[in-house]
Design a protein around this ligand. Structure first.
Ligand code: NI
Length: 154
């Protein structure tokens, strides 16, 4: 595994629309491993492939000590809305309030080629929505309110 260089806001790679993964091969499995290592090294709770310069629909999230690897994630259901503070590994020391669906269902493919559907709420739902935004070239600072500079509170 390797810690990859994080792309920061202002880098045009973060504004691109990512392609679907068509073949889950060794390269994708290594990407998943490296993304996870990069995320843990930066104490993040989620990371999307464009943040390490790869324009593919791949996301890794770790919430409540459970890791989720989502290949080609698609949100199939949304319910409610909630506003909470977010940050991003690509926007160091920036925080802002973002409105997201409170509860979602997301379908995705695993590294073992299995099609799965996950129901998520709270922080997990928020993280998945934030990361899928990355796959569509959208950063939280594009949609956040009350953006502030500072260290993370929790
Ligand atoms: Ni982010």
């Amino acid at each position: 595994m390797a810690i990859l260089e994080l792309k920061l806001a202002g880098d045009p790679v973060l504004k691109q629309h990512c392609e679907e993964v068509t073949k889950i091969d060794k390269r994708i499995k290594k990407l998943l491993d490296d993304m996870a290592e990069t995320m843990y090294a930066s104490e993040g709770v989620g990371i999307a492939a464009p943040q390490v310069g790869v324009l593919l629909r791949v996301v890794v999230v770790d919430v409540d000590k459970k890791r989720y690897e989502l290949i080609n994630p698609v949100i199939t259901y949304r319910e409610g809305s909630a506003v909470d503070s977010e940050g991003c590994l690509s926007c160091p020391n920036l925080f802002g309030d973002v409105e997201r669906a409170e509860k979602i269902r997301v379908k995705y493919t695993t590294r073992f080629h299995k099609e799965k559907e996950l129901e998520a709420e709270g922080l997990l739902a928020r993280c998945i929505q934030h990361e899928i935004d990355h796959l569509n070239g959208r950063l939280f600072i594009d949609i956040a309110k009350n953006i502030s500079h500072g260290k993370k509170q929790n």
